[in-house]
Design a protein. Structure first.
Length: 145
């Protein structure tokens, strides 16, 4: 079996894995394998083929992945909980990470909440900004005026 054939098999395997997973995981290496196969077709030494594979794969990964992820994920619909990040909430039960207590209300629903900073206690009535979601808890920070 020639090296060109081996690289083409790697190329096809990467494409098949990408089609099955649809996770932008192996497409970059398919490009590297294709360039290495072209090098093998021109009788380039094996070590050069391997370097071509590595360099092309990582160049494709570095320069095109951020663009691809941006466009592939643009139609992704946020879940109800994810859509809360960045919104304001009102503290309805004092938030104290040390004691493991605290609740907020946002969009008419009550949520367990914790602050993003451990040594901060937020009193009832404070207005907070939702920074993240950790499990079923909202991670909040006091709104700065």
């Amino acid at each position: 079996m020639s090296l060109t054939t081996v690289w083409l098999i790697v190329f096809v395997a990467c494409i098949v894995i990408e089609i099955i997973s649809m996770g932008l995981t192996t497409i970059w290496f398919a490009g590297g394998a294709l360039v290495a196969a072209i090098g093998a077709a021109f009788s380039v030494p094996l070590w050069v083929q391997i370097i071509l594979f590595i360099i092309v794969s990582f160049v494709l990964l570095y320069f095109t992945r951020p663009i691809a992820v941006k466009y592939f994920n643009k139609d992704r619909v946020k879940t109800n909980a994810e859509s809360l990040v960045g919104k304001q909430a009102i503290v309805i039960s004092e938030i104290d990470n040390l004691q493991g207590i605290g609740q907020v209300t946002v969009e008419g629903k009550e949520w367990t909440a914790r602050t993003t900073v451990d040594n901060v206690t937020l009193p009832v009535g404070s207005v907070v900004i939702i920074k993240a979601i950790s499990g079923v808890k909202l991670m909040v920070e006091e709104k700065k005026n």
